[in-house]
Ligand binder design. Structure first.
Ligand code: IDP
Length: 159
């Protein structure tokens, strides 16, 4: 069956979440995954990777004119990243709420950035900011064979 609670236009809503190199170095991967699980979202893809500059150029094209762009590329390639795809009703918007403002100084306590980071240049995590953006990012970061469709046994308690 496909629950219509997480389906929009026949597509289950999904988002790309990535624990950035600082988050991996600081051993935050487990706590970050826990927050998405606690909320009830479903993990459908997960891998650790050393991100290539080619991938980042595509991922962050809209920022290529920004003064911080070179240091952003350096930061994002400084160590491994843990990339995930999470699925669920409104997962894109809800993930942005879980993650908090881009600038950790503006991210309330209780959010991932608000709890674990201080400076905008080391903000621990990436989350897609729109449904269309998420679809593009997921296609960029994951092969379709790396995404697993599965039914969660407690689905009826969440929806
Ligand atoms: P987002 O990650 O919250 O979607 P974007 O504006 O798309 O925010 O920026 C992408 C990433 O670029 C941020 O998460 C942060 O790591 C970095 N960044 C954004 N603005 C600045 C800045 O002013 N200085 C340094 N790094 C920045």
């Amino acid at each position: 069956y496909i629950s219509n609670t997480s389906v929009k236009g026949g597509i289950r809503e999904r988002t790309l979440i990535a624990v950035k190199p600082d988050g991996v170095q600081r051993r935050l991967v487990g706590q970050i995954i826990q927050r998405f699980e606690m909320r009830g979202f479903q993990l459908v893809g997960l891998k650790m990777l050393q991100v290539s500059e080619e991938l980042l150029l595509q991922h962050y094209t809209s920022l290529c004119k920004k003064p911080f762009y070179p240091s952003l590329l350096q930061y994002m390639t400084s160590g491994p990243v843990v990339a995930m795809v999470w699925e669920g009703h409104n997962v894109v918007r809800s993930s942005r709420m879980l993650v908090g403002d881009t600038n950790p100084a503006e991210a309330p306590p209780g959010t991932i950035r608000g709890d674990f980071s201080i400076h905008i240049s080391r903000n621990v995590i990436h989350a897609s900011d729109s449904v269309e953006g998420a679809q593009k990012e997921i296609a960029l970061w994951f092969q379709s064979s790396e995404l697993i469709e599965w039914e969660c046994c407690d689905h009826g308690n969440l929806y």
